[in-house]
Design a protein around this ligand. Structure first.
Ligand SMILES: [Zn+2]
Length: 81
């Protein structure tokens, strides 16, 4: 019984051998989750070979903006009657 298909990795998805820390630009292994130089969490590599910042930072900033917008909206609602 012969195997119908071989599992060949997609060449376009593995163009980078290393990624760079977005904070200190140290070269890191592709699978690293933490920068060994500055200790910041790093995400997956992007098209530029730079590690993306982890999504929780973006989510935290978005939550802060949402709370701030809500507070401003409430203030505007109460003080402009
Ligand atoms: Zn770093």
């Amino acid at each position: 019984m012969a195997a119908a298909s071989k599992t060949t990795p997609n060449p376009s998805s593995h163009v980078h051998m290393t990624k760079k820390c977005p904070e200190c630009f140290t070269y890191l292994p592709l699978d690293s989750k933490l920068c060994h130089s500055c200790g910041k969490a790093v995400g997956p590599v992007n098209r530029l070979g730079l590690a993306e910042k982890p999504p929780n930072v973006k989510g935290y900033a978005l939550a802060a903006i949402a709370i701030l917008a809500f507070v401003i909206f409430m203030w505007w609602g109460f003080f402009t009657e």
